[in-house]
Ligand binder design. Structure first.
Ligand SMILES: Cc1cc2nc3c(=O)[nH]c(=O)nc-3n(C[C@H](O)[C@H](O)[C@H](O)COP(=O)(O)OP(=O)(O)OC[C@H]3O[C@@H](n4cnc5c(N)ncnc54)[C@H](O)[C@@H]3O)c2cc1C
Length: 475
Protein backbone atom coordinates (compact mmCIF):
# COMPACT_ATOMS: atom_id res chain seq x y z
CA UNK A 1 0.00 0.00 0.00
CA UNK A 2 1.52 3.37 -1.02
CA UNK A 3 1.67 6.19 1.54
CA UNK A 4 0.39 8.61 -1.07
CA UNK A 5 -1.39 8.47 -4.41
CA UNK A 6 -1.49 11.24 -6.99
CA UNK A 7 -4.26 11.34 -9.60
CA UNK A 8 -2.78 13.02 -12.69
CA UNK A 9 0.80 13.39 -13.92
CA UNK A 10 0.85 17.05 -14.95
CA UNK A 11 3.72 19.26 -13.72
CA UNK A 12 1.92 19.86 -10.41
CA UNK A 13 1.09 16.19 -9.86
CA UNK A 14 4.70 15.23 -10.52
CA UNK A 15 6.02 18.05 -8.30
CA UNK A 16 3.83 16.80 -5.44
CA UNK A 17 4.97 13.22 -6.06
CA UNK A 18 8.64 14.22 -6.00
CA UNK A 19 8.32 16.32 -2.85
CA UNK A 20 6.56 13.48 -1.02
CA UNK A 21 9.04 10.82 -2.10
CA UNK A 22 11.91 13.12 -1.11
CA UNK A 23 10.40 12.83 2.39
CA UNK A 24 10.60 9.03 2.28
CA UNK A 25 6.96 8.35 1.51
CA UNK A 26 6.08 5.63 -1.01
CA UNK A 27 4.19 7.29 -3.86
CA UNK A 28 2.22 6.06 -6.88
CA UNK A 29 1.00 8.37 -9.65
CA UNK A 30 -1.96 7.44 -11.87
CA UNK A 31 -2.28 9.17 -15.26
CA UNK A 32 -5.14 8.88 -17.72
CA UNK A 33 -3.01 9.38 -20.85
CA UNK A 34 -0.38 6.99 -22.21
CA UNK A 35 2.35 9.46 -21.22
CA UNK A 36 2.96 11.84 -18.33
CA UNK A 37 2.86 15.58 -18.93
CA UNK A 38 -0.60 17.19 -18.77
CA UNK A 39 -0.10 20.64 -20.30
CA UNK A 40 3.49 19.97 -21.33
CA UNK A 41 3.29 17.34 -24.08
CA UNK A 42 5.01 17.75 -27.46
CA UNK A 43 3.67 15.98 -30.55
CA UNK A 44 3.93 15.86 -34.36
CA UNK A 45 0.55 17.54 -34.79
CA UNK A 46 0.92 18.69 -38.41
CA UNK A 47 3.50 16.84 -40.52
CA UNK A 48 6.17 14.22 -39.75
CA UNK A 49 9.26 15.82 -38.25
CA UNK A 50 7.42 18.94 -37.01
CA UNK A 51 7.32 18.81 -33.21
CA UNK A 52 4.66 21.07 -31.69
CA UNK A 53 3.99 21.88 -28.04
CA UNK A 54 0.33 20.87 -27.66
CA UNK A 55 -0.20 23.23 -24.70
CA UNK A 56 2.51 25.18 -22.86
CA UNK A 57 5.54 26.40 -24.79
CA UNK A 58 7.39 29.22 -23.00
CA UNK A 59 8.68 28.76 -19.50
CA UNK A 60 9.70 31.77 -17.42
CA UNK A 61 7.57 30.26 -14.64
CA UNK A 62 9.36 26.89 -14.72
CA UNK A 63 12.73 28.67 -14.73
CA UNK A 64 11.62 30.86 -11.81
CA UNK A 65 10.08 28.07 -9.76
CA UNK A 66 12.03 27.59 -6.52
CA UNK A 67 10.93 23.94 -6.41
CA UNK A 68 11.67 22.97 -10.03
CA UNK A 69 15.01 24.76 -9.85
CA UNK A 70 15.94 22.69 -6.79
CA UNK A 71 15.64 19.45 -8.81
CA UNK A 72 18.48 17.91 -10.86
CA UNK A 73 16.36 17.89 -14.05
CA UNK A 74 19.40 18.64 -16.24
CA UNK A 75 20.66 15.15 -15.34
CA UNK A 76 17.44 13.74 -16.80
CA UNK A 77 17.58 15.42 -20.19
CA UNK A 78 16.17 18.91 -19.58
CA UNK A 79 18.11 21.54 -21.50
CA UNK A 80 16.96 25.18 -21.66
CA UNK A 81 17.18 27.35 -24.76
CA UNK A 82 17.21 31.14 -24.42
CA UNK A 83 16.01 33.00 -27.51
CA UNK A 84 17.95 36.15 -28.39
CA UNK A 85 15.00 38.36 -27.36
CA UNK A 86 12.47 37.02 -24.80
CA UNK A 87 9.42 38.77 -26.25
CA UNK A 88 8.59 41.20 -29.05
CA UNK A 89 5.42 43.15 -29.77
CA UNK A 90 4.93 44.51 -33.30
CA UNK A 91 2.89 47.67 -33.93
CA UNK A 92 1.38 49.10 -37.11
CA UNK A 93 3.64 51.60 -38.88
CA UNK A 94 6.19 51.94 -36.08
CA UNK A 95 9.03 49.91 -34.60
CA UNK A 96 8.09 46.85 -32.53
CA UNK A 97 8.38 46.90 -28.75
CA UNK A 98 10.67 44.35 -27.14
CA UNK A 99 11.74 43.12 -23.72
CA UNK A 100 15.43 42.28 -23.71
CA UNK A 101 17.23 40.21 -21.11
CA UNK A 102 19.10 43.36 -20.12
CA UNK A 103 17.15 46.00 -18.23
CA UNK A 104 19.43 48.74 -19.63
CA UNK A 105 18.84 47.65 -23.21
CA UNK A 106 15.08 47.58 -22.54
CA UNK A 107 15.00 51.04 -20.97
CA UNK A 108 17.06 52.45 -23.89
CA UNK A 109 14.66 50.82 -26.32
CA UNK A 110 11.62 52.27 -24.52
CA UNK A 111 12.93 55.83 -24.96
CA UNK A 112 10.70 58.34 -23.13
CA UNK A 113 9.18 55.56 -21.03
CA UNK A 114 12.51 53.91 -20.24
CA UNK A 115 12.87 55.54 -16.81
CA UNK A 116 9.27 54.79 -15.81
CA UNK A 117 9.85 51.17 -16.78
CA UNK A 118 13.07 51.04 -14.78
CA UNK A 119 11.36 52.52 -11.70
CA UNK A 120 8.61 49.88 -11.92
CA UNK A 121 10.89 46.88 -12.43
CA UNK A 122 14.35 47.59 -10.99
CA UNK A 123 13.43 47.53 -7.25
CA UNK A 124 12.46 43.87 -7.55
CA UNK A 125 15.22 42.48 -9.77
CA UNK A 126 17.96 41.90 -7.19
CA UNK A 127 15.46 40.78 -4.58
CA UNK A 128 13.55 38.48 -6.94
CA UNK A 129 14.89 35.21 -5.47
CA UNK A 130 13.70 36.34 -2.03
CA UNK A 131 10.34 37.56 -3.26
CA UNK A 132 9.37 34.64 -5.50
CA UNK A 133 8.72 32.06 -2.76
CA UNK A 134 6.17 34.53 -1.29
CA UNK A 135 4.59 35.27 -4.67
CA UNK A 136 4.36 31.63 -5.76
CA UNK A 137 2.60 30.62 -2.56
CA UNK A 138 -0.84 30.73 -0.98
CA UNK A 139 -1.99 33.87 0.83
CA UNK A 140 -0.09 34.34 4.06
CA UNK A 141 -0.42 36.89 6.83
CA UNK A 142 3.27 36.37 7.49
CA UNK A 143 5.24 36.58 4.24
CA UNK A 144 8.97 35.90 4.57
CA UNK A 145 9.83 39.39 3.30
CA UNK A 146 6.92 41.58 4.42
CA UNK A 147 8.29 44.98 3.33
CA UNK A 148 9.36 43.76 -0.07
CA UNK A 149 6.09 41.93 -0.52
CA UNK A 150 4.10 45.03 0.47
CA UNK A 151 6.03 47.12 -2.07
CA UNK A 152 5.40 44.54 -4.77
CA UNK A 153 1.76 44.16 -3.75
CA UNK A 154 1.11 47.90 -4.11
CA UNK A 155 2.00 47.63 -7.80
CA UNK A 156 0.71 44.12 -8.48
CA UNK A 157 -2.74 44.69 -7.01
CA UNK A 158 -3.43 47.48 -9.49
CA UNK A 159 -5.42 46.89 -12.65
CA UNK A 160 -3.35 46.66 -15.83
CA UNK A 161 -5.20 49.78 -17.01
CA UNK A 162 -4.16 51.70 -13.88
CA UNK A 163 -0.58 50.43 -14.05
CA UNK A 164 0.07 51.64 -17.62
CA UNK A 165 -0.92 55.22 -16.79
CA UNK A 166 2.77 55.73 -15.97
CA UNK A 167 3.64 55.14 -19.66
CA UNK A 168 3.23 57.79 -22.34
CA UNK A 169 4.28 55.92 -25.49
CA UNK A 170 2.12 53.38 -27.37
CA UNK A 171 5.14 51.05 -27.42
CA UNK A 172 5.51 50.69 -23.63
CA UNK A 173 1.74 50.58 -23.10
CA UNK A 174 1.31 47.86 -25.74
CA UNK A 175 4.25 45.87 -24.39
CA UNK A 176 2.69 45.80 -20.91
CA UNK A 177 -0.71 44.90 -22.39
CA UNK A 178 0.87 41.86 -24.04
CA UNK A 179 2.27 40.72 -20.68
CA UNK A 180 -0.86 41.42 -18.63
CA UNK A 181 -3.13 39.66 -21.14
CA UNK A 182 -1.59 36.32 -20.08
CA UNK A 183 -3.96 36.62 -17.12
CA UNK A 184 -6.97 36.26 -19.49
CA UNK A 185 -9.00 38.98 -17.72
CA UNK A 186 -10.29 42.45 -18.64
CA UNK A 187 -7.69 45.11 -17.90
CA UNK A 188 -9.90 47.07 -15.50
CA UNK A 189 -9.91 44.22 -12.97
CA UNK A 190 -7.95 44.50 -9.71
CA UNK A 191 -4.56 42.73 -9.74
CA UNK A 192 -4.38 42.30 -13.52
CA UNK A 193 -1.03 44.12 -13.33
CA UNK A 194 0.37 41.21 -11.28
CA UNK A 195 0.96 38.72 -14.08
CA UNK A 196 2.38 41.49 -16.29
CA UNK A 197 4.90 42.40 -13.60
CA UNK A 198 5.88 38.80 -12.85
CA UNK A 199 6.42 38.01 -16.54
CA UNK A 200 8.20 41.32 -17.20
CA UNK A 201 10.59 40.80 -14.27
CA UNK A 202 11.04 37.19 -15.42
CA UNK A 203 12.34 38.39 -18.80
CA UNK A 204 15.24 40.14 -17.02
CA UNK A 205 15.94 37.54 -14.33
CA UNK A 206 15.51 34.11 -15.94
CA UNK A 207 14.51 34.97 -19.52
CA UNK A 208 11.61 33.36 -21.40
CA UNK A 209 13.27 30.06 -22.30
CA UNK A 210 11.93 26.83 -23.69
CA UNK A 211 13.21 23.27 -23.41
CA UNK A 212 15.20 21.73 -26.23
CA UNK A 213 13.03 19.19 -28.01
CA UNK A 214 9.77 20.51 -26.57
CA UNK A 215 7.95 21.22 -23.33
CA UNK A 216 7.51 17.50 -22.74
CA UNK A 217 11.20 17.41 -21.75
CA UNK A 218 10.23 19.14 -18.46
CA UNK A 219 7.80 16.48 -17.24
CA UNK A 220 9.74 13.60 -18.79
CA UNK A 221 12.72 14.73 -16.70
CA UNK A 222 10.51 15.10 -13.59
CA UNK A 223 9.06 11.61 -14.11
CA UNK A 224 12.50 10.07 -14.66
CA UNK A 225 13.84 11.72 -11.50
CA UNK A 226 10.79 10.58 -9.51
CA UNK A 227 11.25 6.99 -10.74
CA UNK A 228 14.95 7.13 -9.90
CA UNK A 229 13.87 7.78 -6.29
CA UNK A 230 11.70 4.64 -6.36
CA UNK A 231 8.38 6.22 -7.36
CA UNK A 232 5.85 4.41 -9.46
CA UNK A 233 3.84 5.88 -12.39
CA UNK A 234 0.88 4.01 -13.87
CA UNK A 235 -0.19 5.56 -17.18
CA UNK A 236 -3.27 4.79 -19.28
CA UNK A 237 -5.53 4.74 -16.20
CA UNK A 238 -8.35 7.26 -15.98
CA UNK A 239 -9.42 7.34 -12.35
CA UNK A 240 -13.20 7.54 -11.95
CA UNK A 241 -13.18 7.35 -8.15
CA UNK A 242 -10.49 7.08 -5.47
CA UNK A 243 -12.33 3.90 -4.36
CA UNK A 244 -10.88 2.05 -7.36
CA UNK A 245 -7.32 2.75 -6.09
CA UNK A 246 -5.37 1.00 -3.32
CA UNK A 247 -5.86 2.53 0.14
CA UNK A 248 -3.35 5.30 0.91
CA UNK A 249 -2.65 7.78 3.68
CA UNK A 250 -3.11 10.70 1.30
CA UNK A 251 -4.74 11.08 -2.11
CA UNK A 252 -3.77 14.19 -4.10
CA UNK A 253 -5.94 15.29 -7.04
CA UNK A 254 -4.04 16.94 -9.91
CA UNK A 255 -7.46 17.94 -11.21
CA UNK A 256 -9.88 20.85 -10.95
CA UNK A 257 -12.85 21.16 -8.53
CA UNK A 258 -15.44 20.00 -11.07
CA UNK A 259 -13.62 16.66 -11.51
CA UNK A 260 -13.17 16.25 -7.74
CA UNK A 261 -16.92 16.69 -7.29
CA UNK A 262 -17.47 14.02 -9.99
CA UNK A 263 -14.93 11.60 -8.51
CA UNK A 264 -15.47 12.08 -4.78
CA UNK A 265 -18.33 14.55 -4.24
CA UNK A 266 -20.16 12.27 -1.80
CA UNK A 267 -17.07 12.10 0.45
CA UNK A 268 -16.85 15.89 0.89
CA UNK A 269 -18.65 17.89 3.55
CA UNK A 270 -21.77 19.62 2.13
CA UNK A 271 -20.22 23.01 2.89
CA UNK A 272 -16.96 22.24 1.09
CA UNK A 273 -18.80 20.67 -1.87
CA UNK A 274 -20.93 23.83 -2.12
CA UNK A 275 -17.77 25.96 -2.24
CA UNK A 276 -16.31 23.79 -5.01
CA UNK A 277 -19.55 24.07 -7.00
CA UNK A 278 -19.26 27.87 -6.77
CA UNK A 279 -15.71 27.82 -8.16
CA UNK A 280 -15.61 29.76 -11.43
CA UNK A 281 -13.85 28.79 -14.65
CA UNK A 282 -12.44 31.44 -16.96
CA UNK A 283 -12.30 32.05 -20.71
CA UNK A 284 -11.00 29.33 -22.99
CA UNK A 285 -8.38 29.23 -25.73
CA UNK A 286 -8.32 28.40 -29.42
CA UNK A 287 -4.98 26.84 -30.39
CA UNK A 288 -3.37 26.80 -33.84
CA UNK A 289 -0.15 24.97 -34.77
CA UNK A 290 1.47 25.45 -38.14
CA UNK A 291 4.21 23.75 -40.13
CA UNK A 292 6.06 26.38 -42.17
CA UNK A 293 8.34 26.17 -45.20
CA UNK A 294 10.39 29.04 -43.75
CA UNK A 295 10.53 31.30 -40.69
CA UNK A 296 7.74 33.85 -40.25
CA UNK A 297 8.69 36.88 -42.41
CA UNK A 298 8.07 39.54 -39.73
CA UNK A 299 8.51 43.08 -41.01
CA UNK A 300 10.27 44.12 -37.80
CA UNK A 301 13.61 42.47 -37.27
CA UNK A 302 13.09 42.21 -33.48
CA UNK A 303 10.24 39.77 -34.02
CA UNK A 304 12.58 37.55 -36.05
CA UNK A 305 14.87 37.24 -33.02
CA UNK A 306 12.18 36.71 -30.37
CA UNK A 307 11.06 33.38 -28.91
CA UNK A 308 7.62 34.82 -28.18
CA UNK A 309 5.68 37.47 -30.11
CA UNK A 310 2.54 39.16 -28.75
CA UNK A 311 0.07 40.28 -31.40
CA UNK A 312 -2.89 42.59 -31.13
CA UNK A 313 -1.47 46.06 -31.62
CA UNK A 314 -2.02 48.82 -29.10
CA UNK A 315 -2.96 48.62 -25.42
CA UNK A 316 -6.49 49.81 -26.29
CA UNK A 317 -6.91 47.15 -28.99
CA UNK A 318 -5.77 44.34 -26.70
CA UNK A 319 -7.91 45.66 -23.84
CA UNK A 320 -10.95 45.61 -26.15
CA UNK A 321 -10.18 42.07 -27.26
CA UNK A 322 -9.94 40.84 -23.64
CA UNK A 323 -13.22 42.64 -22.80
CA UNK A 324 -14.90 40.94 -25.75
CA UNK A 325 -13.93 37.42 -24.70
CA UNK A 326 -14.89 38.07 -21.07
CA UNK A 327 -18.33 39.15 -22.30
CA UNK A 328 -18.81 36.05 -24.44
CA UNK A 329 -17.87 37.57 -27.79
CA UNK A 330 -15.21 36.52 -30.32
CA UNK A 331 -12.94 39.45 -31.21
CA UNK A 332 -12.28 39.98 -34.91
CA UNK A 333 -8.73 41.09 -34.11
CA UNK A 334 -7.82 38.95 -31.09
CA UNK A 335 -4.79 39.17 -28.84
CA UNK A 336 -2.59 36.31 -30.12
CA UNK A 337 0.40 34.65 -28.46
CA UNK A 338 2.93 33.28 -30.93
CA UNK A 339 5.95 31.12 -30.08
CA UNK A 340 8.59 30.30 -32.66
CA UNK A 341 10.69 27.63 -30.97
CA UNK A 342 12.25 26.28 -34.18
CA UNK A 343 14.18 29.57 -34.68
CA UNK A 344 16.52 28.54 -31.85
CA UNK A 345 15.89 24.78 -31.56
CA UNK A 346 16.63 22.78 -34.69
CA UNK A 347 15.07 19.63 -33.24
CA UNK A 348 11.57 21.07 -33.79
CA UNK A 349 11.35 20.95 -37.60
CA UNK A 350 13.16 19.41 -40.60
CA UNK A 351 16.11 21.40 -41.99
CA UNK A 352 15.09 24.85 -43.24
CA UNK A 353 11.48 24.42 -42.07
CA UNK A 354 9.82 25.94 -39.01
CA UNK A 355 6.96 25.61 -36.56
CA UNK A 356 4.53 28.24 -35.32
CA UNK A 357 2.63 27.84 -32.03
CA UNK A 358 -0.25 30.27 -31.55
CA UNK A 359 -3.39 30.70 -29.52
CA UNK A 360 -6.01 33.32 -28.73
CA UNK A 361 -8.57 33.72 -25.97
CA UNK A 362 -12.22 32.83 -26.60
CA UNK A 363 -15.34 32.53 -24.42
CA UNK A 364 -15.49 29.41 -22.24
CA UNK A 365 -16.95 26.49 -24.23
CA UNK A 366 -16.59 28.28 -27.60
CA UNK A 367 -16.74 26.07 -30.70
CA UNK A 368 -15.84 28.84 -33.14
CA UNK A 369 -12.90 28.27 -35.50
CA UNK A 370 -10.55 31.22 -34.84
CA UNK A 371 -7.89 30.11 -37.36
CA UNK A 372 -8.59 32.99 -39.77
CA UNK A 373 -8.52 35.80 -37.15
CA UNK A 374 -5.22 34.36 -35.82
CA UNK A 375 -3.71 34.06 -39.32
CA UNK A 376 -4.86 37.61 -40.14
CA UNK A 377 -3.11 38.97 -37.05
CA UNK A 378 0.16 37.26 -38.03
CA UNK A 379 -0.16 38.35 -41.68
CA UNK A 380 -0.79 41.93 -40.47
CA UNK A 381 2.77 42.11 -39.11
CA UNK A 382 4.39 39.55 -41.46
CA UNK A 383 3.06 40.06 -45.00
CA UNK A 384 3.49 36.93 -47.14
CA UNK A 385 3.29 34.67 -44.08
CA UNK A 386 0.35 32.60 -45.40
CA UNK A 387 2.48 31.45 -48.35
CA UNK A 388 4.82 29.69 -45.88
CA UNK A 389 2.12 27.43 -44.38
CA UNK A 390 2.52 23.77 -45.37
CA UNK A 391 0.55 22.11 -42.56
CA UNK A 392 -1.89 23.12 -39.83
CA UNK A 393 -3.66 21.70 -36.79
CA UNK A 394 -6.21 23.46 -34.62
CA UNK A 395 -8.02 22.81 -31.35
CA UNK A 396 -11.13 24.67 -30.16
CA UNK A 397 -12.15 24.64 -26.49
CA UNK A 398 -14.04 21.36 -26.90
CA UNK A 399 -10.98 19.66 -28.37
CA UNK A 400 -8.83 21.15 -25.58
CA UNK A 401 -11.18 19.82 -22.91
CA UNK A 402 -11.30 16.39 -24.60
CA UNK A 403 -7.49 16.36 -24.75
CA UNK A 404 -7.10 17.22 -21.06
CA UNK A 405 -10.09 16.98 -18.68
CA UNK A 406 -8.52 19.75 -16.55
CA UNK A 407 -9.23 22.30 -19.32
CA UNK A 408 -12.87 22.81 -18.41
CA UNK A 409 -14.49 24.65 -21.33
CA UNK A 410 -10.99 25.38 -22.65
CA UNK A 411 -9.83 27.21 -19.46
CA UNK A 412 -6.08 26.55 -19.33
CA UNK A 413 -5.52 27.97 -15.82
CA UNK A 414 -7.62 25.54 -13.78
CA UNK A 415 -10.13 28.31 -13.01
CA UNK A 416 -10.58 32.06 -13.40
CA UNK A 417 -7.62 33.92 -11.87
CA UNK A 418 -9.39 37.02 -10.62
CA UNK A 419 -8.80 38.64 -7.23
CA UNK A 420 -11.50 36.53 -5.57
CA UNK A 421 -9.90 33.27 -6.68
CA UNK A 422 -6.21 34.12 -6.95
CA UNK A 423 -4.85 33.60 -3.44
CA UNK A 424 -7.04 31.05 -1.67
CA UNK A 425 -8.55 29.09 -4.54
CA UNK A 426 -10.54 26.91 -4.79
CA UNK A 427 -12.53 27.21 -1.53
CA UNK A 428 -11.29 30.32 0.28
CA UNK A 429 -9.43 28.41 3.02
CA UNK A 430 -6.08 29.29 4.63
CA UNK A 431 -4.80 25.86 3.63
CA UNK A 432 -6.21 25.71 0.10
CA UNK A 433 -4.74 22.27 -0.56
CA UNK A 434 -6.26 20.07 2.13
CA UNK A 435 -9.90 19.03 1.73
CA UNK A 436 -11.24 19.33 5.29
CA UNK A 437 -12.06 16.13 7.22
CA UNK A 438 -10.59 13.87 4.53
CA UNK A 439 -7.24 12.45 3.47
CA UNK A 440 -7.73 14.24 0.12
CA UNK A 441 -5.70 17.17 -1.26
CA UNK A 442 -5.84 19.31 -4.39
CA UNK A 443 -2.49 19.82 -6.07
CA UNK A 444 -3.50 21.25 -9.47
CA UNK A 445 -3.39 24.79 -10.85
CA UNK A 446 -6.84 25.26 -9.27
CA UNK A 447 -4.84 26.07 -6.10
CA UNK A 448 -2.38 28.95 -5.50
CA UNK A 449 -0.32 30.16 -7.25
CA UNK A 450 -2.54 29.09 -10.17
CA UNK A 451 -1.85 28.42 -13.86
CA UNK A 452 1.54 27.92 -15.47
CA UNK A 453 4.20 25.26 -15.45
CA UNK A 454 5.97 25.85 -12.13
CA UNK A 455 4.99 22.88 -9.98
CA UNK A 456 4.46 25.16 -6.97
CA UNK A 457 0.82 24.08 -6.46
CA UNK A 458 2.07 20.49 -6.24
CA UNK A 459 4.88 21.47 -3.88
CA UNK A 460 2.56 23.31 -1.48
CA UNK A 461 -0.06 20.54 -1.61
CA UNK A 462 2.64 18.01 -0.71
CA UNK A 463 3.73 20.26 2.17
CA UNK A 464 0.16 20.28 3.44
CA UNK A 465 -0.07 16.49 3.19
CA UNK A 466 3.26 16.07 4.98
CA UNK A 467 2.01 18.25 7.84
CA UNK A 468 -1.21 16.25 8.22
CA UNK A 469 0.58 12.93 7.94
CA UNK A 470 3.19 13.84 10.52
CA UNK A 471 0.47 15.14 12.85
CA UNK A 472 -1.02 11.66 12.53
CA UNK A 473 -4.44 13.10 11.86
CA UNK A 474 -4.97 10.85 8.87
CA UNK A 475 -6.03 7.27 9.31
C1 LIG B 1 -2.62 26.20 -25.17
C2 LIG B 1 -1.94 26.34 -23.84
C3 LIG B 1 -0.82 27.15 -23.71
C4 LIG B 1 -0.17 27.28 -22.49
N1 LIG B 1 0.99 27.99 -22.45
C5 LIG B 1 1.72 28.00 -21.32
C6 LIG B 1 3.05 28.50 -21.35
O1 LIG B 1 3.57 28.87 -22.41
N2 LIG B 1 3.75 28.51 -20.18
C7 LIG B 1 3.22 28.04 -19.01
O2 LIG B 1 3.90 28.08 -17.97
N3 LIG B 1 1.96 27.51 -18.97
C8 LIG B 1 1.22 27.46 -20.10
N4 LIG B 1 -0.01 26.85 -20.12
C9 LIG B 1 -0.63 26.44 -18.83
C10 LIG B 1 -0.04 25.15 -18.27
O3 LIG B 1 0.02 24.15 -19.26
C11 LIG B 1 -0.93 24.66 -17.10
O4 LIG B 1 -1.16 25.71 -16.19
C12 LIG B 1 -0.23 23.52 -16.36
O5 LIG B 1 -0.02 22.42 -17.22
C13 LIG B 1 -1.08 23.07 -15.18
O6 LIG B 1 -0.44 21.98 -14.57
P1 LIG B 1 -1.22 20.93 -13.68
O7 LIG B 1 -0.23 19.90 -13.28
O8 LIG B 1 -2.00 21.61 -12.63
O9 LIG B 1 -2.33 20.27 -14.65
P2 LIG B 1 -2.20 19.58 -16.07
O10 LIG B 1 -0.94 19.95 -16.73
O11 LIG B 1 -3.47 19.88 -16.77
O12 LIG B 1 -2.13 18.02 -15.74
C14 LIG B 1 -3.23 17.29 -15.25
C15 LIG B 1 -3.01 15.83 -15.58
O13 LIG B 1 -3.98 15.06 -14.88
C16 LIG B 1 -4.47 14.05 -15.75
N5 LIG B 1 -5.79 13.66 -15.28
C17 LIG B 1 -6.89 14.46 -15.19
N6 LIG B 1 -7.94 13.76 -14.72
C18 LIG B 1 -7.48 12.50 -14.50
C19 LIG B 1 -8.10 11.30 -14.01
N7 LIG B 1 -9.38 11.27 -13.65
N8 LIG B 1 -7.35 10.19 -13.91
C20 LIG B 1 -6.03 10.20 -14.26
N9 LIG B 1 -5.41 11.30 -14.75
C21 LIG B 1 -6.13 12.43 -14.86
C22 LIG B 1 -4.48 14.72 -17.11
O14 LIG B 1 -4.50 13.78 -18.17
C23 LIG B 1 -3.17 15.52 -17.06
O15 LIG B 1 -2.08 14.74 -17.52
C24 LIG B 1 -0.67 26.63 -21.33
C25 LIG B 1 -1.79 25.80 -21.45
C26 LIG B 1 -2.40 25.64 -22.69
C27 LIG B 1 -3.54 24.68 -22.83
Amino acid sequence: MPDAIIIGAGPNGLAAAIHLIQHDLSVTVYEKEASVGGGTRTRELTLPGFRHDVCSAIHPMARSSPFLQSLPLGDYGLEWIQPEIPVAHPLDGQPAGALYRSLDETTDHLGKDGESYRRAIAPFLDAWDNLLPDILAPFSLRPRHPLLMARFGLQALRSAGGFVRRFKTPKARALFAGLAAHGILPFDKTATAAIGLVLGIGAHTVGWPYPKGGSHSITKAMAAYFESLGGSIITGTAVASPDQLPAAGAVLFNTTPKQILDMAGEKLSPDYARKLRRFEYGCGVFKLDLALSEAIPWTDERCRKAGTVHLGGTFEEIAASEDDTAQGRHPERPYVLVAQQSLFDDSRAPDGNHTCWAYCHVPNGSTKDMSEPILNQIERFAPGFRDCIIGRHSMNTVAMHAYNPNYIGGDINGGKQDITQLFTRPAGLFDPYHIPDTHFYICSSSTPPGGGVHGMCGYHAAESALKQLSAGSIK
